[in-house]
Structures are given as C-alpha cells and as structure tokens.
Design a protein around this ligand. Structure first.
Ligand code: ZN
Ligand code: ZN
Length: 253
C-alpha cells in the first residue's frame, strides 16, 4: 500500500468528530481512561497517558472478544428496552380498562343506591297516604255524627225555649228531653273518646342513616393498591374493601 493509499484510508475511516471539540476528528484511544480523543484533547487537556491510534486499535476489533461482549450486551439491552416498552404499554392499557371498569362500577352502585333509596322513600310516602286516608274517613264520619248530635241538642234547646210560656207543654217537653239528653250525652262521650284515640303521626329521619351519610367514605372509596393505611372508622365500605388504602372519596349523591 502506498503512502497516498494510507492517507486516503485515514481520511475515509477517520470521520467521527470529537464530542468535546466538534471540529476535530477522533484519532486516538486512551486505554487507561477508555476515552476517544482528538488532537485537541491531547494538547488542550494535556492528556499524558500512552495512547493508541484509532486505526490500530480498530483494525482487528471486530473479531475481538471485547466487541462480541459489547455486541451481546447491546442486543440484550435492545431486547430489554423492547420488553420494558411492552410492559409500559400493557400497563397503560390495563389502566384505561381499569378506569372504565371503576367508573362503571361507581355508576352501577349509584343506580343501585338511588333505586333502593327511591323505593324506601316511596314506601314511606305510600304508608303516610294509606294511614291518613283511613284516619280521614274515620274523622269525616265523626264530623258527620258530631254535627248530627249537635243539631239534635240544639233542637232540644229550641223546643224547651219555645214552650217557655206554656207550663203543660214545657213539662212534657222537659220530660221528653230528659231521656233524649242522656242518649245525646252518651253519644257525645263516645265521639270525644274516639277523637282522643286518634293518634298523631310524625316522621323521624333515621339518625343512623344521617350519620352514615356524614361519614367520610359512606358511599365507598377509590383507593390505591399501593397504600396500606388502615381506615378503621370506615365502617360502611369496610365489607367491600377489606384491606387498607388511601382514599379519594367519591361523592356520588
Ligand atoms: Zn477532543
Ligand atoms: Zn488517558
């Protein structure tokens, strides 16, 4: 090989620029520092190690065990990187699925709770309607016989007053009234007794339910599997979420 050929080979193969001095080509290798160096590296950084020419060290590098080890390492690295990407992608997919599943579960639970509450409220109002309908009928009946009795008593009174100037008629009227008065009095007592026996009603909200609603996680909780904090006061959802997690409380209602 002539000198000119050598120069051309040098120019052809030495094409990589130094990272530290971008205008200079990498020409040397320092085995001590495992460093790729250019002319500036040696002069400006006063590199004093014994250096190898890049051309020399690279000449049979391809067949060396060092290259085989590096190649093997890089291939494994590429495989590992691919596996990691797959793992992350799978996790991202699982995360999306889990999010949708969680949202659906919350919606389902919300519907269930609302349906259950609606039914209970409906039962309560139906009960109020039913009880009051019966009582109203009873009261209407009492109002009717009370009015009739009052009319009877008023008629007796008027009859007595009408005969005030006639002793005979007054006597007869008084005798008749005496018997009817007892009957009217009995009826009045029965009516009053029945009125007094009519109970009054009031709605008492369930204090247990009210305090449950005020509970931090009364509806349920969204928790991280990574958290191991125990919520001992979390009574309502403790059955469904035994175990322990931190919490993002879901306000559904
Ligand atoms: Zn350099
Ligand atoms: Zn060195």
């Amino acid at each position: 090989m002539s000198t000119m050929d050598n120069v051309e080979e040098v120019h052809e193969n030495l094409s990589e620029h130094c990272e530290k001095h971008p205008r200079e080509l990498i020409k040397y290798f320092c085995p001590v520092h495992q460093a790729l160096l250019c002319g500036d590296c040696i002069v400006l950084d006063s590199h004093t190690c014994k250096l190898e020419s890049i051309l020399n060290v690279s000449f049979s590098f391809k067949d060396s065990s060092v290259y085989k080890d590096i190649k093997c390492l890089i291939r494994k690295l590429a495989d590992d990187a691919c596996k990691t990407t797959t793992t992350v992608e799978n996790k991202a997919m699982a995360f999306g699925n889990s999010e949708r599943k969680n949202e659906n579960e919350v919606c389902d639970f919300q519907s269930k709770v609302i349906a259950c509450l609606n039914e209970q409220f409906q039962n309560l109002t139906s009960q109020i309607t039913k009880v009051n309908r019966e009582l109203k009928i009873n009261l209407l009946h009492l109002q009717k016989i009370s009015k009739e009795t009052e009319d009877e008593a008023t008629a007796l009174k008027a009859d007595m007053e009408k005969n005030d100037n006639n002793n005979v008629l007054l006597f007869i009227s008084a005798q008749r009234s005496k018997y009817r008065a007892n009957d009217i009095l009995d009826r009045l007592h029965r009516i009053e007794e029945e009125v007094n026996n009519i109970p009054t009603f009031e709605f008492t909200p369930s204090s247990q339910f009210e305090s449950a609603l005020k509970g931090r996680n009364c509806i349920g909780a969204y928790r991280s599997s990574a958290d191991t904090y125990e919520h001992s006061s979390d009574k309502i959802c403790s059955d469904e979420h035994k175990g322990s997690f931190t919490t993002v409380v879901l306000i559904v209602l």
